[in-house]
Design a binder for this molecule. Sequence first.
Ligand code: GLN
Length: 453
Amino acid sequence: EAYLAAIERFNQAFNAYVAVTPERALEMAGESDRRIAEGEARALEGVPLGIKDLFCTKGIHSQAASHVLDGFKPPYESTVTANLWRDGGVMLGKLNMDEFAMGSSNETSYYGPVVNPWRRRGGNAQLVPGGSSGGSAAAVAAHLCAGATATDTGGSIRQPAAFTGTVGIKPTYGRCSRRGIVAFASSLDQAGPIARTVRDAAIMLRTMASVDPKDTTSADVEVPDYEAAIGESVKGLRIGIPREYRVDGMPEEIEKLWQAGMDWYRAAGAELVEISLPHTKYALPAYYIVAPAEASSNLARYDGVRYGLRVPGDDIVDMYEKTRAAGFGREVKRRVLIGTYVLSAGYYDAYYLRAQKVRTLIKRDFEEAFQAGIDAILTPATPSSAFGIGEKAGGDPVEMYLNDIFTVTVNMAGLPGIAVPAGLDPAGLPLGLQLIGRPFDEATLFRAAQVIE
Ligand code: GLN
């Protein structure tokens, strides 16, 4: 009831929720009350959660923040959300995001931008919460939910977490089932939590993760007790510092924060090792071939026949065209155009195939570092703190894409990465550090993250 009241009072200011489900929330909370009274509490009993609009929730608003999915209410529940309800989580509603998870500022949403609860010291300009999971990050930061689901294709959990002073982890590709999550780029998409503390994120991820016969890319790897890993010392842990992440024009406060992070690990008894990930600079361009290619294929299904919006036309082709023209926003259209182009005969080898080869090289860089005994890699989470609403939107799209420079490599390699709040910039805005781990070794990330937190 307290969370529902807070949403009622403050959601208008932040635009974090696109749908609120009070009846469902109170019914689930009632069941939790009964279980607790009977001494039968489950792992997440009574914990009020927000769900990114990308997750299908049975009979409830699930539109990926797109006009093209107008009125779509899925007939089934995503595996990740089903896992949360199985363990006693309570659904508060659906959270705003960039349309189809394409964006880094939450400004591509059909429902309008999300406002970051943080302001610059002495300023009142409205800032973006990052994206694409901007609603999830803002809702957690503003205490409009205790934790939220999010997804990360190229940084969409970690960048908004860094912009809002929250914790976000993208687990290893395959850790969480993608069943019932609206597909953006299927070989990169992963679900994960955004929460207020490392411990909360650990508890949520344990419930969210599962092998699922309905997602053949989900992995049959035991899910450890992540919370238990948090207390363990980091003494003797080998932390890699990749020299290629020292990009040109990195703001001084980011460089300083990274240095501070290294000092904290040294003081905690970890060993710092300079490493090289030589293909880092190709990750962003390769990502912006692979992701749009997969998106153009995944989004072909929104044709006015099967889901949501239908704009009548003179014949069926005219109906398809009118529906897609009206239903998709600018950024989504840009991705579909790029993706269709790079997959077309004559260009496939030059772009898509080449990007896939680069992807293998990026993956190999990480494998070599881990084979040499590195336990986790420390980098900044983002190249800046939160920027103003409207500051980067509508301009050169590459300017926006550069936000993902430290995060996309992790998706290209399928590795786990966590963003942890690490300090404030001179304007008083949160900054995050990122830890990257071995495949399926999220436990080491939770263990190491406590040093930063
Ligand atoms: N900002 C990146 C993009 O626009 C990543 C988005 C994401 O991780 N979903 O593609």
